[in-house]
Write a protein that binds this ligand. Structure first.
Ligand code: MN3
Length: 201
């Protein structure tokens, strides 16, 4: 069985940037549905479930039998991406990266501000549902990408360390059609200490 993370804050903790109703529905309904669907798909595949964490399963997606592979990409990505998304948000975020991570950011993007600018742009420009992502490759090199639907960068052997959910369900109640405002505001609640922890893992 794969599961969602415990939400490390209350539903209203990210106000005014992300409203309580959105967090509640997003976490309890949308994410839970991905969890339920994934576990249903994997019924009878105990060998996979017992052998791999969800991260390993998505990273080694070619090991998943073809007849359920796309479903695992969709539903497993839905679980993993949301767990990552919710885990890097915080009502008391560390606002800046440090140390080796900051050096890598400067090397890859020129500056921390430039990284935020590029990732904001990628998130806004993702056509339709998906995510803007900060990923690292196996050498620790940082890249910005966007992914459609629930595709997870792990499927491409890249490790996501920050994902911004730009499905309408992530912002529509408060921001309506204004994805740009949501993405610009989300920087107020992104915890760079957590992102840095994922980078160093
Ligand atoms: Mn979502």
């Amino acid at each position: 069985m794969y599961d969602k993370i415990q939400l490390p804050y209350s539903y209203d903790a990210l106000e005014p940037y992300i409203d309580a109703e959105t967090v509640n529905i997003h976490y309890n309904k949308h994410l839970q549905t991905y969890v339920n669907n994934l576990n249903k798909i994997l019924e009878g595949y105990d060998d996979l479930v017992n052998k791999y964490t969800l991260k390993e399963l998505l990273f080694n997606i070619e090991k998943v039998p073809k007849r359920i592979r796309q479903d695992v990409i969709n539903q497993g990505g839905g679980v993993y991406n949301h767990n990552l998304y919710f885990s890097i948000l915080s009502p008391n975020p560390t606002k800046c990266p440090t140390g080796k991570f900051l050096n890598e950011i400067n090397k890859a993007f020129g500056s921390f501000d430039k990284l935020k600018k590029n990732l904001t742009e990628a998130s806004i420009k993702q056509f339709g549902s998906g995510y803007g992502c900060l990923v690292k490759d196996k050498h620790g090199k940082l890249m910005i990408m966007k992914t459609p639907n629930q595709n997870c960068p792990l499927n491409e052997k890249l490790i996501p360390i920050l994902m911004i959910d730009v499905w309408e369900h992530a912002y529509y109640l408060k921001y309506k059609n204004l994805r740009q405002n949501y993405v610009e505001n989300i920087w107020n609640v992104i915890d760079w200490a957590k992102v840095e922890e994922y980078y160093n893992k």
